[in-house]
Write a protein that binds this ligand. Structure first.
Ligand SMILES: Cc1cc2nc3c(=O)[nH]c(=O)nc-3n(C[C@H](O)[C@H](O)[C@H](O)COP(=O)(O)O)c2cc1C
Length: 316
């Protein structure tokens, strides 16, 4: 870790029992497989770096175009393009040491067995103290997504829980409205140690001249500024509705570009803050956001960021 990246001590935190030097977390899939962002920024600016979602087998991903610029955000249908767990373990895991940050292994698949297999493999890797379940994938045996209902969610989380003995499990949720609290409760009940929210939001962009989708896959997932306020609302509802009393931390993720949005996630109930799309165009954002948060903590009369978690005042 370089001296310049020395984290602000008021910002260190504990996520699901794992000490992080800072509250910022790079989002799954937005920084290569694991360490590629080190080419353009200091990974120590992140308390944790999330890997690309890894499946049991290698996956080629979706046809081009895979990403499109849209007003207030980015649309992507990358598909679960990744090298597969065996190559990840032999090729990537050895490179995780010495970056001054903590790594979160992101797991994906198309069956409960897929999740169990990758999570169990990650559990054996000391440099992956946290595992994140990316559950927004269709279950090939039912055609439903693992996040379609509390029963599907509880089943996959429960099976992973049984297979994982060392790592802490973060469950990543999509944007949910009325069902946000019961779904979060189901994840916690089944053994989640933390919750990450949100994933991209289903979206479609149409080129009206061509009458085609702007993405090769058709529909895609929206990220960036457009999703920030809905994500913030969900974090606050889940924090107040179940996570605070259960003592389960939240990683607030969606559309963060500036420290003010990170601070808003903290006030809404987030212990850590994810950054994804912003990393594509603003590599200095993590360092700037850390600096802004540290100043904000002092201006609020606090000595630690943790003191401000969930402290938004809303009408009852
Ligand atoms: C190009 C791209 C690839 C992504 N790949 C993954 C992935 O592999 N696994 C996952 O859980 N989320 C993935 N995401 C979702 C992000 O982790 C994040 O949940 C979402 O982009 C919202 O955060 P943001 O607005 O800060 O980008 C991806 C997002 C983008 C833009």
């Amino acid at each position: 870790m370089s001296a310049m990246a020395e984290p602000h001590s008021s910002l260190s935190t504990t996520l699901a029992g794992v000490h992080l030097t800072g509250p910022l977390v790079s989002a799954a899939g937005t920084g290569g497989t694991a360490t590629e962002l080190a080419d353009v920024l200091d990974l120590a600016d992140f308390g944790a770096v999330t890997t690309k979602s890894i499946t049991p087998e290698p996956r080629a991903g979706n046809p081009a175009m895979r990403v499109a610029d849209v007003p207030a955000g980015m649309l992507n249908a990358v598909g679960l393009m990744n090298m597969g767990v065996d190559s990840f373990l032999s090729g990537t895991v050895p490179s995780l040491e010495g970056h001054g940050t903590t790594f979160i292994g992101s797991v994906a698949g198309h069956s409960i067995e897929d999740y169990v297999r990758v999570a169990a493999a990650f559990d054996a890797v000391e440099s992956l103290p946290l595992i994140e379940l990316n559950l927004s994938c269709p279950n090939s045996s039912t055609g439903r997504r693992f996040t379609d209902g509390p029963d599907e969610l509880a089943e996959v989380v429960g099976e992973v829980r049984k297979a994982v003995v060392r790592s802490r499990i973060l469950v990543k949720l999509p944007l949910l409205f009325e069902t946000a609290v019961p779904m979060a409760a189901a994840a916690i009940e089944a053994g989640a140690d933390g919750l990450t929210m949100i994933n991209t939001v289903p979206a479609l962009s149409i080129d009206v001249e061509d009458r085609t989708s702007r993405l090769g896959f058709g529909h895609g997932g929206l990220s960036g500024p457009a999703v920030h306020l809905p994500a913030l609302s969900m974090v606050q509802r889940v924090y107040a509705g179940v996570a605070r009393d259960a003592g389960v931390p939240i990683v607030g993720l969606g559309g963060v570009r500036r420290w003010e949005q990170a601070a808003a996630f903290v006030l809404a109930g987030a212990t850590a803050i994810g950054i994804g799309t912003t990393l594509y165009h603003d590599h200095r954002a993590p360092r700037r956001i850390n600096r802004g948060l540290a100043r904000w903590v002092r201006a609020q009369g606090c000595s630690r960021l943790d003191e401000l978690v969930g402290q938004v005042r809303l009408p009852s």
